[in-house]
Design a protein around this ligand. Structure first.
Ligand code: GLA
Ligand code: ZN
Length: 685
């Protein structure tokens, strides 16, 4: 049963709209602050993220605090019917602190301490830094706990997994290892297979994370960094939770990055938020950019079981990323903003509200340009988003209940990077393969949860597991139980090769009991160069009813069918005649194994057949034009169907029954036409 969640903070029952706001850069010109308030109202902005990099304005010298400017801003926001998403300032440390306490600066693997500067680069272990964070965060919470504008805590900014190998961090790592290995060094040495190259560790403090040859050590170092980041987050947010228990806490994730396990981090925050920066218009496959973004939205919604998330940062026009810095074309800001909402975001926020006059981000897209007025295209397009969000109050708290799960797992990704690169070389392309398996569902308007290997699987009709090279403990058993209870699983080449220590499974792959579940033994795999391909021929009269022929690229595994049915075989190269696709049935359950990376139509046709068999369909129309996405949010009674055209040309869809477009309050005919980058939110009349 779909349900309706509470708003992020019940203080505000509207969609949030706003962005990173740095009034401390304009302390010398308070008239700009008044202008900001006027422009916020004009653009329909109601949520401003303050203090993200304000430490030197809040505490210009050790123990000397200045909150006057922030008091003024908070009062102005409240008077303007807007809210503050208040950050803790730990994302960037003040210069006096680095001078007084050098231990707060990170140390690189070569032992050299980084000089003060840049941002997001404090030591996560330093007790001094943690103490300083607790002091300033306590002051912020005490001062603003009753303030009507305080809506949400935004801890720090974009915590990352960057290395600090200072003595404090290494000692913390060694303690973490002792816990993980029950204080048993022999257990660690076995897990690390450290007799290889005579690398056995005689004591805990010999273990330093610089030896990329010990794959289990590199994996543990990644795990530790996630652990230590969450530990830091918990430490710095403890006063917020104690003093303002009703104010939710978030931190802006970067699911596009592979440096932290955000699936693990998700448990520590109250609401997921993330920073989305697609490079629109820079790819020959613009639709692919929409697909990548959609997958990450689905991941953020699924991290807390369907709870709406926040689009904490996006750019109204020109990002600092990208090769040639393309501006968003007209309409793209509304489309990409509502794409987030379509997948479960209850907010649209930007980096940044106003362009800074100097430094790194002075030209980065913003709601307010240096010109300063509401007359820019950027501002007007933000105001369009504001007007659209104002129509979507009823969507707040609604969610999605996908019946398809795509398993994307950070620990597995680390293992592919650290442990499998020696074996698989340049053809790993994990995220690219995620997109390939996600895209057929996106295109068909079938919603997907993107979850990691710790997810509960029972609620899904279909579980897709590409390239699960490393299995986390318990996943194989859950997948097995899921199929035996009637579920359908799809697994691909290179799965269940190693355990959580990157130790190869003995007895053939897929290991951990999955050889029997899928009825295949993957004996070897061959890699191919760009431009090379291998044919795939479907078996005559196969149960999927698809005919091909198809092509494989990058890699083909040689698999043996052991009690499974061969649905397709290779049609060329030395693998000719060997199985490429199999299925093994377990009562009502089915376990499909795809032995190769495919190109072109195969995954579309394959998943269309599975969707037909499982009764998975788009709620709107059978035929959705390519590049048009349909996503539905619901509270169980009423559906809100977002229809989004990512094409540069208009597209039409046959709806079959009458709808109303919530954005315009207009009835929609039997055929709707979406303009280039057009978007509609449909509901039944
Ligand atoms: C990140 C940061 C912001 C800003 C933007 C620029 O997302 O969180 O502070 O630097 O990038 O795109
Ligand atoms: Zn450190």
């Amino acid at each position: 049963m779909t349900k309706r969640y509470q708003p992020i903070n019940p203080k505000c029952t509207h969609m949030l709209h706003g962005g990173d706001y740095n009034p401390d850069q304009w302390i010398r010109t308070p008239e700009i602050w008044d202008e900001d308030m006027r422009l916020m109202t004009l653009s329909g902005c109601n949520a401003m993220s303050v203090c993200i990099f304000s430490w030197s304005a809040l505490e210009p010298a050790e123990g000397a605090f200045e909150f006057g400017w922030l008091d003024t801003i908070m009062d102005k926001l409240a008077a303007n019917n807007a809210y503050a998403v208040m950050a803790t300032p730990s994302g960037s440390k003040p210069a006096w602190m680095s001078r007084a306490y050098p231990e707060i600066c990170r140390v690189k693997g070569d032992g050299v301490r980084q000089p003060h500067g840049s941002r997001h680069n404090h030591c996560r272990t330093s007790p001094v830094y943690r103490e300083k964070c607790v002091i300033i965060n306590t002051k912020l919470a005490e001062r603003y706990k009753e303030h009507p504008a305080l809506l949400l805590w935004h801890a720090s900014n974009e915590y990352n997994g960057g290395d600090c190998q200072c003595d404090l961090c290494l000692a913390a790592f060694h303690n973490w290892l002792r816990v993980r290995y029950d204080n048993d060094l022999d257990k660690l040495n076995h897990a690390y297979w450290s007799s290889f190259w005579s690398h056995s560790f005689p004591d805990w403090d010999y273990i330093i994370p610089t030896d990329r040859g010990i794959h289990a050590l590199m994996l543990d170092w990644e795990r530790f960094k996630t652990h230590q980041t969450i530990d830091f987050f918990n430490a710095e947010t403890a006063p917020l939770r104690a003093i303002t228990p009703d104010i939710p806490v978030t931190t802006n994730f970067m699911p596009g990055s592979d440096t932290l396990d955000y699936g693990a981090f998700a448990k520590a925050v109250d609401v997921i938020s993330w920073d989305s920066y697609p490079n629109w218009h820079e790819h020959s496959d613009e639709i692919g950019e929409a697909v990548t973004t959609a997958r990450m939205h689905d991941q953020c919604r699924a991290m807390k079981g369907g709870k709406p998330f926040m689009l904490m940062e996006s750019v109204p026009s020109i990002p600092t990323r990208g090769r040639v810095k393309k501006r968003k074309e007209p309409g793209m800001n509304l489309l990409s903003s509502l794409q987030a909402v379509a997948h479960g975001s209850d907010t649209v926020q930007y980096f940044q509200w106003r362009k800074s006059r100097g430094c790194m981000e002075k030209f980065h897209g913003a709601v307010v340009d240096h010109e300063g007025s509401e007359n820019t295209r950027e501002f007007k397009e933000v105001a369009d988003v504001g007007a659209a969000l104002a129509k979507l109050d009823d969507v707040v708290g609604t969610t999605m209940q996908p019946e398809v799960a795509l398993i994307q797992d950070w620990e597995n990704e680390w293992a592919l990077r650290e442990g499998a690169r020696v074996y698989l070389g340049e053809n790993i392309k994990y995220r690219q393969e995620m997109n390939a398996h996600y895209r057929p569902f996106w295109q068909a308007g079938v919603p997907v949860d993107v979850v990691d290997q710790t997810a509960e699987l029972d609620a899904y009709k279909l579980v897709v597991v590409p390239m699960a090279y490393m299995l986390r403990p318990g996943f194989a058993a859950r997948l097995k139980a899921y199929v035996e209870n009637g579920g359908t699983a799809v697994m691909t080449y290179w799965s269940a090769v190693v355990d959580e220590s990157d130790l190869c499974h003995l007895g053939g792959i897929p290991g951990d009991g999955l050889r029997e579940l899928f009825g295949v033994w993957e004996e070897e795999s061959q890699s191919y160069l760009p431009g090379e391909s291998v044919g795939i021929a479907m078996a005559k009269d196969n149960a999927l009813g698809i005919s091909g022929p198809y092509t494989a690229v990058d890699t083909c595994s040689v698999i043996h069918a052991e009690g499974s049915t061969v649905l397709a075989s290779y049609a060329s190269e030395y693998v000719e005649g060997q199985p490429a696709l199999t299925v093994k049935t377990h009562g009502k359950g089915k376990a499909y194994y795809i032995a190769a990376r495919t190109d072109g139509a195969f995954l579309n046709d394959f998943y269309a057949a599975l969707a037909r068999d499982e009764g998975l369909a788009c709620c709107l129309a059978a035929d959705i034009p390519e590049g048009v996405s349909v996503q539905t949010r619901s509270d169980g009674d009423r559906d809100y169907i977002f229809v989004m055209n990512f094409n540069r040309e208009a597209k039409s869809i046959e709806l079959g029954s009458p709808y109303v477009d919530v954005l315009t309050d207009q009835a929609v005919g039997a055929t709707v036409t979406l303009e280039r980058y057009g978007v509609m939110v449909l509901r039944k009349p």
